[in-house]
Design a protein around this ligand. Structure first.
Ligand SMILES: CC(C)(COP(=O)(O)OP(=O)(O)OC[C@H]1O[C@@H](n2cnc3c(N)ncnc32)[C@H](O)[C@@H]1OP(=O)(O)O)[C@@H](O)C(=O)NCCC(=O)NCCS
Length: 158
């Protein structure tokens, strides 16, 4: 699997990162009640097939997303990866970081023979996924402490 793609006009590139390299952005963006330490680790972080991608500018990780093997009961079983804890640092939002990360992960997973990705997406982020061409389907549901979410997904090749 390719580890890094080209550097874009903002000087950002995407690479596989270590689980602990996600902690600072997970804490500052997604889980403000936490410190940027091991409390930001998810039990799945070191699981088989789990991949952490980071958008990197210089020495700084400015966007993160974690992709884990998991099917969704309401979706085609070929959609075998779940996106977790996707976030861009506030200073870098709207500049294409999130798109760069998702497109890289889609290419890497498709090249690895996977069929698609799904996520429980926060209501505030639904427009981001819709803009990427992902499907936004089903009812809203509440995730404790995190508010309303909805299922988003993409099937490669559609
Ligand atoms: C959602 C998030 C990851 C998007 O990252 P980003 O780096 O800002 O995304 P991009 O710059 O690639 O945005 C791509 C497009 O989506 C739009 N977009 C970004 N966030 C959006 C949002 N929350 N709602 C609607 N549209 C959004 C951008 O305006 C841009 O549109 P354009 O192509 O017309 O200019 C980022 O806003 C974020 O970290 N939000 C807080 C945490 C969060 O909600 N994470 C998702 C959990 S499911």
């Amino acid at each position: 699997m390719e580890e890094m793609d080209g550097v874009n006009e903002s000087g950002c590139s995407v690479r596989r990162i270590l689980p602990e390299e996600t902690w600072a952005i997970r804490a500052s963006v997604l889980w403000p009640e936490k410190l940027p330490d091991a409390s930001c680790a998810m039990p799945v972080d070191n699981g088989v097939g789990v991949m952490h991608f980071g958008v990197v500018q210089g020495d700084n990780v400015v966007g993160v997303g974690t992709f884990m093997p998991q099917q969704h009961p309401d979706l085609d079983g070929a959609i075998g990866y779940r996106l977790r804890a996707m976030a861009t640092h506030p200073d870098h939002r709207g500049g294409g970081v999130g798109t760069q990360l998702i497109r890289h992960a889609e290419e890497a997973l498709q090249a690895a023979g996977e069929g698609g990705i799904w996520a429980d997406a926060r209501k505030v982020a639904l427009g981001f996924y819709a803009g990427l061409g992902w499907e936004v389907t089903g009812p809203f549901y509440t995730v404790p402490k995190r508010g309303p979410h909805r299922l988003v997904w993409t099937r490669f090749g559609e």
